[in-house]
Design a binder for this molecule. Sequence first.
Ligand code: BGC
Length: 285
Amino acid sequence: MTTSEPTTPTESTAPALAPQKLLAGQKALVTGANSGIGRGVAIALGQAGADVVVNYVDGDDSASAVVDEIRRSGANAFAYKADVSSEDQVAGMFKSMIQQFGTIDILVANAGLQRDSAFHQMTMAQWNMVLGVNLTGQFLCAREAIREFLRRGIVPSVSCAAGKIICMSSVHQQIPWGGHANYATSKGGIKLMMESLAQEVAPKRIRVNAIGPGAIRTPINTSAWNTPEAYNQLMTLIPYGRIGEPEDIARAAVWLASDHSDYVVGTTLFVDGGMTLYPGFATGG
Ligand code: BGC
């Protein structure tokens, strides 16, 4: 009779990490990358060594400026104009990326917008626009990325995962937001799309995660921070006592896209100065 060896590995199975630029040799697509959080993320991925497709829908000049900045850091980049809510335009964008860069390793599905309205006055156009860009746009881009990840598989010299998707969500996947029901619905949808997809493709070594930004100083929420009164009001919602900057999100995105987060699967990383901690309960309740 032979005795079998224990099958439980006793040595670490975490990947050995190379010391060079964290994302060297990787190809990334960032949607909505010519302003705000997307711009910050695209530049940071480039600085970490990834070649970057800078997707945008309006603003040729600002997209070129992001491309120039990425190129100055030594990575390759090009801008691609496409509406992420259009199936055809998304397909064309991925085709062009794969022609020019050969593949995709990292998708940051970031493009998003607000069309705020009281619920009883909200138009179909406002509802459809926000759901179309924020939620369907992430579905369409993620679907294309997953197809390429499955086709290509793992390339160990590039990453120990077969691909990484980062969905840009919001604290409003968790915090209800009156006057913004279309936006909060889109972010709540992103949460369960991300988690369902993460569960489905993890066995293929594809990692899908989300970032939940709080109030970040970008054009989407200028009125929340551009006067002292608004800023002070905003601070009642942020225990950490400052607004976020695009770089706060960009650093989290670089980490989530890298092998340093290889065991992080299906998680939303809130980067919000504590906004999701119900700050009203610090003294009330
Ligand atoms: C919204 C911003 C808002 C922030 C915190 C974000 O998702 O786009 O307008 O300031 O959440 O409420």
